[in-house]
Design a protein around this ligand. Structure first.
Ligand code: ADP
Length: 328
């Protein structure tokens, strides 16, 4: 059976982008068709400045939201990365296969390093080696497919390179994974700045709809989205990024096609109103299930404990095989 691995970083509150771009498909499609692992990658959250208590809180909240979005622990494995030692064990071996040049070429490293430099001009070493840990996350499970947004495709490419190189050098050990980049809502953009992605790591902003926003708050954020200077509603990502983003959000929420939907609107106001209602309706059941789960924190903890045990049992043979392949 195809094995799928995907992750979510507990660096901020989960957003509409995470939901439409990833979580919804994990729940509706991936967990039914493949042996799927969904990991809250808390070790990755330590690569940038952070408050440890917040990372812990956000990890538990992300777990609850993944379940609220429809991930079913009977069908897939939901767990926290730091609960499974195999990720760090394998990461070290892969650091001995990847090169510093490969790390420095990563676009995300360049972008994040520019923001994270301290007074001495340094960043955490783990920010540089982040893609190696991500490769370990993926390779430890014999993963075939990694559903990712387009911003992560380069990291999956690196995981492939490292797997191939390791296999050539030490004998066949790892399956070579491939990225599956989504067609729908691949990149939900910030409502106030449609040139940048709706990212959860950004400061709380009026352009980001969080999954736990009250309906009124979410509605207002969509209604206040920046649009473009034209008046007619056309789907053009380059010339009209704000309107295109709203059309894509509406299409992702209602199952339509952004270009087709554009024909039905005479004004930006009407489009915003429909997009806002569609967003509120899509988020409503997720929020409600999350509230129910909050009343029973023991359940989420039990799911994570069980998920970690299952993940460990899957990862250990592969990671042990990697050590043996090297002759350790
Ligand atoms: P981020 O910190 O940027 O939210 P994560 O790595 O935690 O990213 O993302 C979890 C999943 O959500 C990934 O599959 C990612 O591609 C997807 N995702 C994140 N933001 C968006 C967005 N704005 N639009 C579409 N998909 C997104």
């Amino acid at each position: 059976m195809t094995r799928v691995f995907s992750g979510v970083k507990p660096t901020g509150h989960l957003t509409l982008g995470n939901y439409l771009g990833a979580m919804r498909r994990w729940a509706a499609v991936d967990q039914h068709r493949a042996e799927s692992l969904f990991c809250i990658v808390d070790l990755h959250a330590l690569t940038v400045r952070h408050d440890p208590a917040r990372v812990r809180r956000l990890s538990r909240q992300a777990a609850s939201l993944l379940l609220a979005a429809g991930l079913d622990p009977e069908l897939c494995t939901v767990f926290v990365q730091s609960h499974v030692d195999e990720h760090a064990r394998l990461s070290y071996l892969l650091e001995c296969v990847a090169t510093d040049g490969e790390m420095r070429r990563m676009i995300q490293y360049k972008e994040k390093a520019a923001r994270e430099r301290d007074r001495a001009g340094s960043v955490r070493l783990s920010l540089l080696t982040y893609p190696v840990l991500m490769a370990a996350d993926i390779l430890a499970y014999g993963t075939d497919e990694v559903p990712v947004g387009d911003d992560q495709a380069q990291h999956v490419e690196l995981a492939r390179d490292v797997a191939v190189r390791f296999n050539q050098r030490y004998g066949h050990t790892f399956a070579v994974p491939r990225a599956t980049v989504r067609a729908v809502a691949a990149r939900v953009m910030n409502l106030q700045d449609p040139a940048s992605k709706m990212g959860k790591s950004d400061d709380v902003g009026p352009g980001i709809v969080y999954l736990l926003d009250e309906p009124d708050v979410a509605r207002k954020k969509v209604m206040r989205a920046v649009t473009d200077s034209g008046r007619d509603v056309v789907y053009d990502r380059v010339e009209r990024p704000g309107v295109a983003n709203l059309l894509e959000i509406l299409a992702a929420c209602t199952g339509g096609d952004p270009a087709e939907l554009s024909g039905g609107y005479q004004s930006y106001g009407a489009l915003k109103k429909d997009a806002a209602e569609a967003v509120v309706e899509v988020l409503r059941p997720v929020r409600e299930r999350h509230m129910e789960l909050c009343a029973d924190p023991g359940h989420v903890e039990a799911v994570l404990r069980d998920g970690a045990a299952r993940a460990r049992a899957m990862a250990r043979p592969t990671v042990d095989a990697a050590y043996r392949a090297i002759g350790l």
